[in-house]
Design a protein around this ligand. Structure first.
Ligand code: AMP
Ligand code: MG
Length: 308
């Protein structure tokens, strides 16, 4: 086979000092997070790589289905449904979960989208949104404090902002009013602390969040990094009542038959829970201060680009 330019670029990337340093930092971050979560009594689960059920996500993506013994499987886009169901077995779980999402090619210009990435996915039985937000703030303070002194940060000349709890918050509608529909980048750029965005309307969110019926918004949140690094985390409380889930599917105009496996399991009963997912490559990107997410993986797959 002819050696194409892209193939030779892979070698250059593997030999780049930035790739070496930022992946060493990523490895330390993962180990710090594991230590923290294990001490807090969490159980680590293995990821599910392919399944007949995975996250529908809030905007449409290309999806590849493949046949497994006559059943339609997809690669995992997020383990949301498995996390919720695992609450039947454990109270507190986390997974370093690989996600495969065929992002639209134009997203390559954000420098924060990969096609294959890993999230730390976490879920707690019986938790409220407030408890999860509190937990995240504490976890990030712990991590920032420990990562501060690591030699990779001096290599990149990175000075981390000093975190102050509680992080500021804004509702989705306030954010849209002040910064427009695509507030993510503008709000993040102005911020010097991580910022919570809460109360997303159901129209822009996945169906599985619990809706606050009085407010007509989801009991959810995003956390944005400061300094223009954009979205860090999405999470919230899950709907566990089958009737409400079906009503939400109808409100969103989604065919419930598509989720029949998930709904059948939910109908048998699952406990209420809340949780979140934090992208590890984006976390590493922020902590290193490197703008280009591709350095956070040895074999990055960028939207619309060739990758191995
Ligand atoms: P989501 O389920 O889309 O909210 O994703 C959860 C988290 O994973 C986000 O808050 C990001 O930190 C990260 N993430 C989502 N999509 C990507 C992507 N295409 N590339 C890298 N990280 C991502
Ligand atoms: Mg999100």
């Amino acid at each position: 086979m002819k050696k194409i330019k892209e193939v030779l670029c892979i070698r250059t990337h593997l030999l780049d000092k930035k790739t070496y340093m930022v992946n060493r930092l990523k490895s330390k971050i993962i180990s710090m997070l594991r230590t923290y979560l294990d001490r807090k009594g969490f159980i680590e689960l293995f990821p599910v790589v392919a399944s007949p059920i995975t996250d529908p996500l809030s905007s449409p993506y290309d999806t590849i289905f493949f046949d497994v013994y006559g059943y339609k499987f997809q690669l995992t886009k997020s383990m949301i449904f498995h996390k919720q169901l695992s609450m039947l077995t454990f109270e507190k779980i986390y997974i370093f979960s690989p996600n495969f999402r065929i992002e639209p090619p134009e997203k390559v210009s954000t420098s924060r989208h990969l096609v294959e990435f890993v999230q730390l996915d976490l879920e707690m039985r019986g938790a409220s949104r407030e408890e999860i937000m509190d937990f995240i703030e504490e976890m990030l303070l712990y991590l920032f404090e420990r990562v501060q002194g690591e030699e990779e940060l001096s290599f990149f000349g990175r000075k981390l902002p000093r975190l102050k709890r509680p992080f500021p918050r804004i509702t989705y509608s306030e954010a849209v009013e002040k910064y427009g529909d695509d507030f993510e980048y503008r709000l993040s750029e102005k911020a010097s602390q991580p910022v919570w965005v809460i109360d997303f309307p159901y129209q822009v969110r996945e169906f599985y969040y619990r809706e606050d019926p009085r407010a007509g918004t989801m009991v959810d949140f995003d956390l944005l990094y400061p300094e223009g690094f954009g979205e860090a985390i999405s999470g919230g409380e899950r709907e566990w009542r089958p009737e409400r889930l079906k009503r939400m599917l109808m409100k969103k105009g989604i065919d419930a038959d598509f989720y029949d496996i998930y709904l059948s399991l939910i109908e048998e009963g699952v406990p209420p829970s809340a949780g979140f997912g934090i992208g590890i490559e984006r976390l590493t990107r922020f902590l290193s201060g490197l703008k280009e997410i591709k350095f956070t993986r040895l074999f990055p797959k960028l939207p619309g680009k060739f990758g191995i």
